[in-house]
Design a protein around this ligand. Structure first.
Ligand SMILES: Cc1cc2nc3c(=O)[nH]c(=O)nc-3n(C[C@H](O)[C@H](O)[C@H](O)COP(=O)(O)O)c2cc1C
Length: 458
């Protein structure tokens, strides 16, 4: 189903240098600028020049020091996303500002405030990517010995969204009078107390900020497991999926998420499916493949092996990378990403050595080709109900960002599937997503509690 306004593009920063832990070594990378606001301003403004709906700052809450190679070779520094989005909100005009939020290691009241603040400061451009966090290292930074169980994390995530969205409805859109003459700042019946009590959270509310311009900043999510997809079906307005090699697989995945949304009484168009894709753009196909070799060659064998150990939660460090792949798969022993584990199981069925498995994991996320080829692939998937757009996980920043905007975006426009003009004023309007009504619309306001001073002029 093609959309009014064409396909949607988002651009992400996973590691500050690009999609891979060693992207920082690629030609044109600027690793000493990873904490420099101008680096991100350039990123954001380039995307805005290409009409990208949103940028997205990914996040994890730990240093990858499970293996020494992670400290030696991986990018382990990143700015706190909301601080960065606050800065970017003042240096951009149209682009959405999305950041990852861990629902396992945050409190909903904090998150509701931060997102509402970014939405106000950016005049309606805030968004969040809900993650449940996968690593024990993250648990150790927040008073736990191990991460919560996968299913529990997703239950907590679902309740988290309810609380955050409920808090955003604390004040009616017209609750504030700002009437200096009468002394009335707000209307008493425009305030609602959430009084949430659930399995994980007890939150009275209300939130100490006005209802956001978008009412509810846009919610993205990337859960791929059964629990992750269930949450997406209920709540997500944009889903980041993994790129599928096969068109039929991509169509099936697309249909699965849409079906889940419809089963929740939602319109299929209220959820955008955005496969994550990392184009490697060459002057020729051979040039693109050479760049892909370079990404692989710049990753030391030790890092490749340790990444495999990480995904499999099994120590392979005494094995050479060319040793046979002999892991015995047991999903019940995995509490990190179950979907990544499952995909390795499928890859391993057709590979013999550890190196081959690692190479396939690395390469399948990249799409090497000329600008015309990449535009053709993206157009085909969009036109054939396999994507509503794409989350570009740039292979290297800033080089592949510039190339995409300068060389692939015009090709998409030529094919008539993309329009870089921004529509409306807010991210929601640009994406064609309705502004949610308040849960209190049409209902009597919850009376202000007795502890509130009832005299506005007091
Ligand atoms: C495009 C994309 C971006 C993601 N960004 C983050 C992130 O910033 N932080 C994080 O902890 N996980 C991130 N993830 C991981 C997902 O949230 C999710 O855990 C993963 O896809 C596995 O799904 P599952 O938890 O349902 O098994 C991302 C995944 C994708 C595909």
């Amino acid at each position: 189903m093609t959309r009014d306004g064409g396909l949607v593009l988002g651009g992400m920063v996973f590691y500050p240098g690009g999609e891979h832990v060693t992207s920082w070594r690629l030609p044109g990378s600027e690793p000493d600028a990873y904490l420099d606001v101008e680096y991100y301003v350039r990123f954001a403004q380039t995307l805005e020049r290409g009409g990208f709906a949103t940028l997205f700052i990914a996040d994890e809450l730990y240093v990858w020091d499970r293996f020494a190679s992670g400290i030696d070779h991986a990018v382990n520094i990143r700015t706190e996303p909301f601080t960065l989005l606050g800065a970017l909100s003042q240096r951009t005009e149209h682009i959405g500002l999305a950041a990852t939020v861990s629902t396992t290691y945050n409190e909903p009241y904090h998150v509701a405030r931060k997102l509402a603040s970014i939405d106000h400061l950016s005049e309606g451009r805030a968004a969040w990517n809900l993650v449940t966090s996968a690593s024990d290292e993250e648990a150790w930074n927040f008073g736990r010995d191990a991460n919560l169980d996968h299913a529990v994390r997703y239950r907590r995530g679902a309740e988290f969204v309810d609380v955050v969205q409920g808090l955003w409805d604390s004040w009616d859109d017209d609750a504030f009078l700002y009437d200096q003459e009468s002394g009335y700042f707000a209307k008493r019946d425009g305030l609602h107390v959430l009084d949430h009590e659930g399995e994980f959270f007890r939150v009275r509310g209300p939130l100490n900020i006005a209802r956001p311009p978008q009412a509810h900043p846009v919610l993205f999510q990337a859960g791929a497991s059964e629990a992750g997809r269930a949450l997406a079906g209920a709540k997500a307005e944009g889903v980041f999926t993994l790129w599928q090699d096969d068109l039929a697989d991509a169509q099936a995945l697309y249909a699965d998420y849409k079906r889940r949304a419809v089963e929740h009484g939602r319109d299929a168009s209220s959820m955008l499916i955005l496969p994550a894709v990392s184009p490697v753009i060459g002057d020729t196909e051979a040039d693109a493949l050479r760049q892909l070799d370079e990404i692989e060659e710049l990753t030391p064998d030790r890092v490749s092996l340790d990444l495999l150990s990480h995904y499999l939660q099994t120590d392979l460090s005494d094995r050479p990378l060319d040793a046979p792949f002999e892991h015995v798969f047991d999903e019940t022993a995995i509490n990190q990403s179950k979907s990544v584990y499952e995909s390795i199981r499928r890859i391993a069925a057709e590979a013999t050595t550890l190196r081959e498995v690692y190479r396939t994991i690395l390469r399948r996320r990249f799409l090497p080709g000329t600008p015309e080829q990449i535009a053709d692939w993206l157009t085909e998937r969009y036109a054939q109900d396999a994507a509503d757009g794409y989350m570009l996980a740039f292979s290297s920043i800033p080089v592949s960002v510039d190339r995409f905007v300068d060389q692939v975006v015009p090709e998409l426009e030529r094919r008539g599937v993309y329009d870089r003009a921004y529509r409306g004023d807010t991210l929601r309007e640009h994406l064609g997503l309705a502004r949610p009504a308040s849960r209190y619309d049409g209902s009597a306001a919850v009376p202000a509690p007795a502890t509130v001073d009832q005299e506005a002029s007091a």
